[in-house]
Design a protein around this ligand. Structure first.
Ligand code: BG6
Length: 364
Protein backbone atom coordinates (compact mmCIF):
# COMPACT_ATOMS: atom_id res chain seq x y z
CA UNK A 1 0.00 0.00 0.00
CA UNK A 2 3.05 2.26 0.00
CA UNK A 3 2.86 2.07 -3.78
CA UNK A 4 6.58 1.45 -4.22
CA UNK A 5 7.67 4.15 -1.79
CA UNK A 6 9.88 3.34 1.16
CA UNK A 7 7.68 5.16 3.67
CA UNK A 8 4.18 6.62 3.86
CA UNK A 9 5.65 10.06 4.48
CA UNK A 10 7.47 10.22 1.15
CA UNK A 11 4.46 8.74 -0.61
CA UNK A 12 2.26 11.42 0.93
CA UNK A 13 4.76 14.14 0.02
CA UNK A 14 4.41 12.98 -3.58
CA UNK A 15 0.63 13.02 -3.32
CA UNK A 16 0.58 16.75 -2.57
CA UNK A 17 0.11 18.10 -6.11
CA UNK A 18 -3.01 15.97 -6.45
CA UNK A 19 -4.31 16.68 -2.94
CA UNK A 20 -3.90 20.41 -3.51
CA UNK A 21 -5.54 20.27 -6.95
CA UNK A 22 -8.45 18.17 -5.63
CA UNK A 23 -9.07 20.61 -2.78
CA UNK A 24 -8.93 23.57 -5.16
CA UNK A 25 -11.24 21.91 -7.66
CA UNK A 26 -13.78 21.03 -4.99
CA UNK A 27 -14.73 24.70 -4.61
CA UNK A 28 -13.48 26.34 -7.80
CA UNK A 29 -15.97 26.22 -10.63
CA UNK A 30 -15.02 28.03 -13.85
CA UNK A 31 -12.51 30.17 -11.99
CA UNK A 32 -15.01 31.22 -9.33
CA UNK A 33 -14.99 30.18 -5.67
CA UNK A 34 -18.23 28.50 -4.69
CA UNK A 35 -18.59 27.99 -0.94
CA UNK A 36 -22.16 26.71 -1.09
CA UNK A 37 -21.10 23.30 0.30
CA UNK A 38 -19.36 25.08 3.17
CA UNK A 39 -22.55 27.03 3.72
CA UNK A 40 -21.44 30.55 4.65
CA UNK A 41 -23.72 33.14 3.08
CA UNK A 42 -22.48 36.49 1.75
CA UNK A 43 -24.42 38.19 4.51
CA UNK A 44 -22.67 36.10 7.15
CA UNK A 45 -19.26 36.75 5.59
CA UNK A 46 -19.91 40.51 5.59
CA UNK A 47 -20.80 40.44 9.28
CA UNK A 48 -17.66 38.69 10.53
CA UNK A 49 -16.01 41.02 13.05
CA UNK A 50 -13.08 38.83 14.10
CA UNK A 51 -11.61 35.47 13.24
CA UNK A 52 -10.29 33.06 15.86
CA UNK A 53 -8.21 30.25 14.40
CA UNK A 54 -7.73 27.37 16.81
CA UNK A 55 -5.73 24.18 16.23
CA UNK A 56 -2.89 21.93 17.42
CA UNK A 57 0.49 21.02 15.95
CA UNK A 58 0.94 21.51 12.22
CA UNK A 59 -2.67 22.62 11.86
CA UNK A 60 -1.79 25.49 14.20
CA UNK A 61 1.07 26.38 11.86
CA UNK A 62 -1.43 26.55 9.00
CA UNK A 63 -3.33 29.01 11.18
CA UNK A 64 -0.17 31.07 11.65
CA UNK A 65 0.25 31.38 7.88
CA UNK A 66 -3.47 31.89 7.28
CA UNK A 67 -3.52 34.78 9.72
CA UNK A 68 -1.27 36.86 7.48
CA UNK A 69 -3.25 35.99 4.37
CA UNK A 70 -6.68 36.63 5.88
CA UNK A 71 -5.68 39.91 7.47
CA UNK A 72 -3.90 41.17 4.39
CA UNK A 73 -6.53 40.20 1.83
CA UNK A 74 -9.83 40.31 3.74
CA UNK A 75 -8.79 42.95 6.31
CA UNK A 76 -10.45 41.05 9.15
CA UNK A 77 -8.56 40.90 12.47
CA UNK A 78 -7.36 37.35 13.14
CA UNK A 79 -6.11 35.74 16.30
CA UNK A 80 -4.45 32.30 16.14
CA UNK A 81 -4.30 30.09 19.19
CA UNK A 82 -3.30 26.66 20.32
CA UNK A 83 -6.46 24.75 21.18
CA UNK A 84 -5.03 23.58 24.50
CA UNK A 85 -4.62 27.23 25.53
CA UNK A 86 -7.83 28.60 24.06
CA UNK A 87 -10.05 26.06 25.80
CA UNK A 88 -8.93 27.05 29.28
CA UNK A 89 -8.25 30.74 29.09
CA UNK A 90 -11.90 31.79 29.27
CA UNK A 91 -11.60 33.61 25.94
CA UNK A 92 -13.55 36.82 25.42
CA UNK A 93 -15.23 36.22 22.10
CA UNK A 94 -17.23 38.57 19.95
CA UNK A 95 -20.67 37.21 19.02
CA UNK A 96 -20.06 38.24 15.41
CA UNK A 97 -16.75 36.44 15.36
CA UNK A 98 -15.98 33.28 13.41
CA UNK A 99 -14.00 30.47 15.03
CA UNK A 100 -12.09 28.37 12.51
CA UNK A 101 -10.98 25.00 13.85
CA UNK A 102 -8.35 23.29 11.71
CA UNK A 103 -7.90 19.54 12.16
CA UNK A 104 -6.89 16.71 9.85
CA UNK A 105 -8.45 13.96 11.96
CA UNK A 106 -11.36 16.01 13.26
CA UNK A 107 -10.88 14.15 16.54
CA UNK A 108 -8.14 16.03 18.37
CA UNK A 109 -9.44 16.40 21.93
CA UNK A 110 -8.22 19.94 22.55
CA UNK A 111 -9.46 21.20 19.17
CA UNK A 112 -12.87 19.64 19.76
CA UNK A 113 -13.04 21.21 23.23
CA UNK A 114 -12.08 24.59 21.73
CA UNK A 115 -14.87 24.26 19.19
CA UNK A 116 -17.36 23.54 21.99
CA UNK A 117 -16.04 26.53 23.97
CA UNK A 118 -16.61 28.83 20.99
CA UNK A 119 -20.09 27.40 20.37
CA UNK A 120 -21.05 27.80 24.01
CA UNK A 121 -20.22 31.52 23.68
CA UNK A 122 -22.56 31.79 20.69
CA UNK A 123 -19.80 32.11 18.13
CA UNK A 124 -20.18 30.55 14.69
CA UNK A 125 -17.74 27.70 14.10
CA UNK A 126 -16.15 26.56 10.84
CA UNK A 127 -14.15 23.34 10.71
CA UNK A 128 -11.39 22.77 8.16
CA UNK A 129 -11.36 19.00 8.41
CA UNK A 130 -10.02 16.08 6.39
CA UNK A 131 -11.95 13.14 7.84
CA UNK A 132 -15.57 13.06 6.75
CA UNK A 133 -18.05 12.58 9.56
CA UNK A 134 -15.45 13.12 12.31
CA UNK A 135 -16.46 14.78 15.58
CA UNK A 136 -15.33 18.28 14.61
CA UNK A 137 -17.02 17.94 11.22
CA UNK A 138 -20.26 16.89 12.90
CA UNK A 139 -20.29 19.58 15.57
CA UNK A 140 -19.07 22.59 13.59
CA UNK A 141 -21.70 24.92 12.11
CA UNK A 142 -19.88 24.87 8.77
CA UNK A 143 -17.30 22.49 7.32
CA UNK A 144 -14.69 22.99 4.64
CA UNK A 145 -13.49 19.50 3.74
CA UNK A 146 -9.89 19.18 2.61
CA UNK A 147 -9.43 16.42 0.06
CA UNK A 148 -6.06 15.05 1.12
CA UNK A 149 -7.31 11.47 1.31
CA UNK A 150 -6.17 9.19 4.14
CA UNK A 151 -2.91 10.25 5.75
CA UNK A 152 -0.94 7.49 7.49
CA UNK A 153 2.40 9.03 8.40
CA UNK A 154 2.26 10.66 11.84
CA UNK A 155 4.09 13.72 10.50
CA UNK A 156 1.53 15.48 8.36
CA UNK A 157 2.37 16.66 4.86
CA UNK A 158 -0.51 16.49 2.41
CA UNK A 159 -3.20 17.33 4.97
CA UNK A 160 -1.21 20.41 5.97
CA UNK A 161 -0.91 21.46 2.33
CA UNK A 162 -4.65 21.14 1.72
CA UNK A 163 -5.47 23.07 4.91
CA UNK A 164 -3.39 25.94 3.55
CA UNK A 165 -5.40 25.85 0.33
CA UNK A 166 -8.68 25.92 2.24
CA UNK A 167 -7.52 28.96 4.18
CA UNK A 168 -6.42 30.81 1.01
CA UNK A 169 -9.79 30.14 -0.61
CA UNK A 170 -11.62 31.47 2.44
CA UNK A 171 -9.37 34.55 2.52
CA UNK A 172 -9.93 35.31 -1.16
CA UNK A 173 -13.67 34.78 -0.93
CA UNK A 174 -13.98 36.90 2.22
CA UNK A 175 -11.90 39.63 0.53
CA UNK A 176 -14.13 39.54 -2.54
CA UNK A 177 -17.44 39.58 -0.68
CA UNK A 178 -16.26 42.40 1.59
CA UNK A 179 -15.00 44.34 -1.44
CA UNK A 180 -11.41 44.49 -0.24
CA UNK A 181 -10.05 43.28 -3.60
CA UNK A 182 -10.99 44.11 -7.18
CA UNK A 183 -12.26 41.59 -9.70
CA UNK A 184 -8.86 41.77 -11.38
CA UNK A 185 -7.02 40.95 -8.15
CA UNK A 186 -9.47 38.13 -7.49
CA UNK A 187 -8.91 36.61 -10.93
CA UNK A 188 -5.15 36.96 -10.53
CA UNK A 189 -5.13 35.23 -7.14
CA UNK A 190 -7.27 32.35 -8.44
CA UNK A 191 -5.09 31.93 -11.53
CA UNK A 192 -2.01 31.83 -9.32
CA UNK A 193 -3.60 29.27 -6.95
CA UNK A 194 -4.14 26.98 -9.92
CA UNK A 195 -0.41 26.95 -10.69
CA UNK A 196 0.50 25.62 -7.23
CA UNK A 197 0.15 21.88 -7.99
CA UNK A 198 2.66 22.00 -10.86
CA UNK A 199 5.05 24.19 -8.86
CA UNK A 200 4.90 21.75 -5.94
CA UNK A 201 5.58 18.94 -8.41
CA UNK A 202 8.66 20.74 -9.69
CA UNK A 203 10.09 21.06 -6.17
CA UNK A 204 9.49 17.36 -5.55
CA UNK A 205 11.17 16.49 -8.86
CA UNK A 206 14.26 18.43 -7.75
CA UNK A 207 14.63 16.51 -4.47
CA UNK A 208 18.04 14.84 -5.04
CA UNK A 209 20.11 17.86 -4.05
CA UNK A 210 18.16 18.22 -0.80
CA UNK A 211 18.59 14.53 -0.08
CA UNK A 212 22.33 14.93 -0.45
CA UNK A 213 22.38 18.01 1.80
CA UNK A 214 20.10 16.44 4.43
CA UNK A 215 22.29 13.34 4.71
CA UNK A 216 25.16 15.59 5.81
CA UNK A 217 23.15 16.96 8.76
CA UNK A 218 22.72 13.71 10.71
CA UNK A 219 25.14 14.78 13.43
CA UNK A 220 23.63 18.23 13.93
CA UNK A 221 22.89 19.04 17.56
CA UNK A 222 20.65 22.03 16.97
CA UNK A 223 19.03 23.54 13.90
CA UNK A 224 17.45 26.99 13.77
CA UNK A 225 14.79 28.06 11.30
CA UNK A 226 14.36 31.79 10.95
CA UNK A 227 12.04 34.07 9.00
CA UNK A 228 9.74 37.05 9.23
CA UNK A 229 6.00 37.26 8.66
CA UNK A 230 4.77 34.34 6.56
CA UNK A 231 8.36 33.08 6.58
CA UNK A 232 8.14 32.81 10.35
CA UNK A 233 5.06 30.59 9.99
CA UNK A 234 6.97 28.48 7.46
CA UNK A 235 9.90 28.26 9.87
CA UNK A 236 7.64 26.88 12.59
CA UNK A 237 6.43 24.05 10.38
CA UNK A 238 9.94 23.35 9.06
CA UNK A 239 11.27 23.12 12.57
CA UNK A 240 8.47 20.82 13.74
CA UNK A 241 8.95 18.52 10.76
CA UNK A 242 12.66 18.31 11.49
CA UNK A 243 12.48 17.67 15.22
CA UNK A 244 9.53 15.29 15.31
CA UNK A 245 11.00 12.74 12.94
CA UNK A 246 14.78 13.27 13.12
CA UNK A 247 15.01 13.89 16.89
CA UNK A 248 17.40 16.77 16.28
CA UNK A 249 16.61 19.72 18.49
CA UNK A 250 15.39 22.58 16.40
CA UNK A 251 13.72 25.90 16.96
CA UNK A 252 11.84 28.35 14.83
CA UNK A 253 12.57 31.95 15.57
CA UNK A 254 11.15 35.17 14.26
CA UNK A 255 14.33 36.44 12.61
CA UNK A 256 14.21 39.82 14.33
CA UNK A 257 13.93 38.19 17.74
CA UNK A 258 17.19 36.23 17.52
CA UNK A 259 19.29 38.95 19.00
CA UNK A 260 17.06 38.96 22.08
CA UNK A 261 18.34 35.61 23.21
CA UNK A 262 18.78 32.72 20.89
CA UNK A 263 21.76 34.04 19.01
CA UNK A 264 23.83 33.03 22.06
CA UNK A 265 23.16 29.41 21.08
CA UNK A 266 24.78 29.76 17.68
CA UNK A 267 28.12 27.97 17.66
CA UNK A 268 30.65 27.10 15.01
CA UNK A 269 28.83 25.04 12.40
CA UNK A 270 25.28 25.35 13.80
CA UNK A 271 22.86 25.03 10.89
CA UNK A 272 20.61 28.06 10.47
CA UNK A 273 17.96 27.89 7.77
CA UNK A 274 16.76 31.28 6.59
CA UNK A 275 13.34 31.36 4.93
CA UNK A 276 13.16 34.21 2.42
CA UNK A 277 9.98 34.08 0.37
CA UNK A 278 8.61 37.52 1.22
CA UNK A 279 10.15 40.25 -0.97
CA UNK A 280 9.30 43.02 1.48
CA UNK A 281 11.25 41.30 4.27
CA UNK A 282 14.05 39.72 2.27
CA UNK A 283 16.85 42.17 3.13
CA UNK A 284 15.89 42.22 6.80
CA UNK A 285 16.18 38.45 7.13
CA UNK A 286 19.42 38.39 5.13
CA UNK A 287 20.95 40.76 7.71
CA UNK A 288 19.87 38.37 10.47
CA UNK A 289 21.53 35.52 8.57
CA UNK A 290 24.72 37.56 8.32
CA UNK A 291 24.60 38.10 12.10
CA UNK A 292 24.38 34.32 12.57
CA UNK A 293 27.22 33.72 10.14
CA UNK A 294 29.53 36.04 12.04
CA UNK A 295 28.90 33.79 15.10
CA UNK A 296 29.96 30.75 13.11
CA UNK A 297 26.62 29.50 11.75
CA UNK A 298 26.42 27.32 8.66
CA UNK A 299 23.71 28.91 6.54
CA UNK A 300 21.06 27.44 4.32
CA UNK A 301 18.81 29.82 2.38
CA UNK A 302 15.34 28.94 1.14
CA UNK A 303 14.18 31.46 -1.40
CA UNK A 304 12.63 32.04 -4.83
CA UNK A 305 14.39 31.62 -8.16
CA UNK A 306 15.90 34.96 -9.08
CA UNK A 307 17.19 35.86 -5.60
CA UNK A 308 20.63 34.60 -6.58
CA UNK A 309 22.50 37.18 -4.49
CA UNK A 310 21.65 35.02 -1.46
CA UNK A 311 24.62 32.91 -2.57
CA UNK A 312 26.89 35.70 -1.28
CA UNK A 313 25.61 34.92 2.22
CA UNK A 314 24.32 31.34 2.39
CA UNK A 315 26.49 28.22 2.16
CA UNK A 316 23.70 26.18 0.56
CA UNK A 317 20.61 27.45 -1.22
CA UNK A 318 17.34 25.83 -2.22
CA UNK A 319 15.17 27.69 -4.71
CA UNK A 320 11.43 27.45 -5.13
CA UNK A 321 9.32 28.77 -8.02
CA UNK A 322 7.90 32.27 -7.77
CA UNK A 323 4.34 32.66 -6.61
CA UNK A 324 2.19 35.35 -5.04
CA UNK A 325 3.85 35.95 -1.62
CA UNK A 326 0.54 35.11 0.13
CA UNK A 327 0.86 31.52 -1.13
CA UNK A 328 4.59 31.02 -0.55
CA UNK A 329 4.04 28.68 2.40
CA UNK A 330 2.65 26.08 0.01
CA UNK A 331 5.94 25.94 -1.88
CA UNK A 332 8.48 26.61 0.86
CA UNK A 333 7.16 23.84 3.05
CA UNK A 334 7.99 21.15 0.48
CA UNK A 335 11.82 21.37 0.75
CA UNK A 336 11.44 21.52 4.54
CA UNK A 337 9.31 18.36 4.58
CA UNK A 338 11.92 16.68 2.38
CA UNK A 339 14.73 17.83 4.67
CA UNK A 340 13.07 16.37 7.76
CA UNK A 341 12.32 13.18 5.88
CA UNK A 342 15.81 12.66 4.49
CA UNK A 343 17.54 13.45 7.79
CA UNK A 344 15.29 10.90 9.51
CA UNK A 345 16.00 8.30 6.81
CA UNK A 346 19.75 8.97 6.96
CA UNK A 347 19.62 8.39 10.72
CA UNK A 348 17.78 5.10 10.19
CA UNK A 349 14.76 6.18 12.25
CA UNK A 350 11.16 5.02 12.10
CA UNK A 351 10.00 7.91 9.89
CA UNK A 352 6.29 7.11 9.82
CA UNK A 353 5.97 6.34 13.53
CA UNK A 354 8.25 8.61 15.53
CA UNK A 355 8.67 7.66 19.17
CA UNK A 356 6.07 8.93 21.66
CA UNK A 357 3.84 10.47 18.99
CA UNK A 358 0.40 9.50 17.75
CA UNK A 359 -1.39 10.44 14.56
CA UNK A 360 -4.49 11.53 16.33
CA UNK A 361 -4.50 12.69 19.94
CA UNK A 362 -7.93 12.06 21.39
CA UNK A 363 -6.95 12.61 25.01
CA UNK A 364 -5.73 15.93 26.36
C1 BG6 B 1 -0.43 15.77 16.29
C2 BG6 B 1 0.00 15.16 14.97
O1 BG6 B 1 -0.34 14.93 17.35
O2 BG6 B 1 -1.71 16.33 16.10
C3 BG6 B 1 0.24 16.35 14.06
O3 BG6 B 1 1.19 14.42 15.13
C4 BG6 B 1 -1.05 17.13 13.91
O4 BG6 B 1 0.66 15.89 12.78
C5 BG6 B 1 -1.69 17.47 15.26
O5 BG6 B 1 -0.79 18.33 13.23
C6 BG6 B 1 -3.12 17.93 15.11
O6 BG6 B 1 -3.90 16.88 14.56
P1 BG6 B 1 -5.23 17.13 13.78
O7 BG6 B 1 -5.76 15.78 13.42
O8 BG6 B 1 -6.14 17.87 14.71
O9 BG6 B 1 -4.89 17.95 12.60
Amino acid sequence: EKAGFEHFMIKEIHEQPKAVADTLNSVLHDGVIDLSDVGLSEEEIKNISQIYIVACGSAYHVGMAAQYVLEDLARIPVRVELASEFRYRKPLLDKNGLAIIISQSGETADSLAALREAKSKGVRTLGIVNVIGSSIAREADNVFYTLAGPEISVATTKAYSTQLIASYLLAIQFAKVREEITQEQYDGLIAELQTLPEKIQKIIDDKERLQWFAAKQVNAKDIFFIGRGIDYAISMEGSLKMKEISYIHSEAYAAGELKHGTISLIEDGTLVIGCLTQPALYEKTVSNMVECKSRGAYLMGLTTYGNYNIEDTADFVTYIPKTDPHFATSLAVIPLQLMGYYVSVAKGLDVDKPRNLAKSVTVE
